[in-house]
Design a protein around this ligand. Structure first.
Ligand SMILES: NC(=O)c1ccc[n+]([C@@H]2O[C@H](COP(=O)([O-])OP(=O)(O)OC[C@H]3O[C@@H](n4cnc5c(N)ncnc54)[C@H](OP(=O)(O)O)[C@@H]3O)[C@@H](O)[C@H]2O)c1
Length: 304
């Protein structure tokens, strides 16, 4: 009988593509969601983290558990209230799952939790970060440290646990790429700030394939940097997007102060430099579909 993968936040950018790949491989997919929406070929169960509620059947019937739930990092200015939601949606959610699993006496074969390269800090200049590099000390680094520590509550139940420190996911369906590409389509694509900041990107299909690899390969355990082999600078990213779209890149850089004015502390997400190496993936059997940016962009950016 087909095995069931239960995904929290499966309705999001990564979850939707991951669902397609899992269904193609013959898995059953179920979501733990805050909403009642229905999705083809997916069983949707409800949870309410603040009320400590998880539909019992969701956990009773899972073979694997993937945790993608989390309030959007770039969905609003980082007010104190927003910061609390960003943190609690990632940490209290896992603690709740661990508690319910213990109560119900069930556990998955594997628990794969998303994490983020924000662990190392939003701006680490040209310093190359590997999985053993120390955490940063800004807001997202603090969130990520607590997020990964929360995942250990499931590990403590004796479950093989994998944490994927995800880079900037490039997808045609949402996330960073359509926003960066929009001005380029109007021939006003411009690097942000100095443009020299490193962007550690990954094609959405490759990040989803890493989740599959983590499910299916019992030797995967602990932390992995979910990034492509070669980070690029923000300027290179902008130029390559313009090239692939066949648009000129002449517009001046968007000044850092203007971005800070509009986005506040959140501007660190685009102005910070983060060069993250795929050290553990490089030494695994995983093979990228899109190791280079050019091919990834050609795949993702629809021609007009
Ligand atoms: N995309 C990237 O570039 C990137 C980079 C680094 C790390 N990550 C991390 O990877 C995970 C998945 O990324 P994604 O891009 O697929 O995220 P996404 O599109 O924002 O989806 C996340 C899902 O989390 C659930 N969610 C939203 N707010 C929530 C809240 N307040 N409490 C509980 N659940 C909530 C929603 O599912 P329901 O509405 O069904 O509940 C949503 O569909 C996230 O934790 C994200 O931070 C993503």
């Amino acid at each position: 009988m087909a095995e069931t993968v239960l995904i929290t936040g499966g309705t999001g950018l990564i979850g939707r593509r991951l669902t397609e790949l899992l269904l193609e491989r013959g898995y059953r997919v179920a979501y733990l969601s805050r909403g009642p929406a229905s999705y083809p070929n997916v069983k949707v169960f409800q949870w309410d983290i603040s009320k400590g509620y998880v539909d019992k059947q969701a956990l009773d019937n899972m073979d694997y558990l993937i945790h993608l739930a989390g309030a959007g990092i770039a969905d609003g200015r980082w007010t104190e209230d927003r910061k609390k939601i960003i943190l609690s949606s990632r940490t209290e959610s896992i603690q709740l799952l661990a508690r319910k699993m213990a109560e119900q006496g069930v556990k998955p074969k594997v628990f794969v939790s998303s994490s983020a390269i924000g662990y190392y800090g939003a701006d680490t200049g040209d310093v190359q970060q590997t999985e053993t590099s120390p955490p940063g000390n800004d807001f997202m680094a603090e969130v990520t440290v607590k997020w990964e520590a929360a995942a250990d509550a499931v590990k403590a139940l004796g479950v093989r646990t994998v944490k994927i420190r995800t880079g900037v996911v490039l997808s045609g369906e949402g996330g960073a790429l359509p926003q960066i590409a929009a001005p380029a389509r109007w021939a006003v694509g411009a690097p942000l700030g100095s443009g020299k900041q490193w962007v550690s990107w990954i094609h959405v299909d490759d990040i989803c394939r890493m989740y599959l690899e983590a499910l299916e390969h019992p030797d995967w355990e602990g932390v992995y940097n979910g990034v492509a082999p070669s980070p690029v600078t923000n300027e290179q990213l902008t130029r390559q997007i313009c090239d692939v779209l066949g648009k000129p890149q002449w517009a001046p850089h968007v000044p850092a102060f203007a971005l800070r004015l509009v986005f506040g502390e959140m501007a660190a997400v685009v102005l910070g430099s983060s060069y993250v190496k795929n050290e553990r993936i490089r030494h695994s059997a995983f093979r990228y579909l899109y190791p280079g940016l050019q091919a990834a962009l050609v795949d993702l950016l629809p021609k007009q």
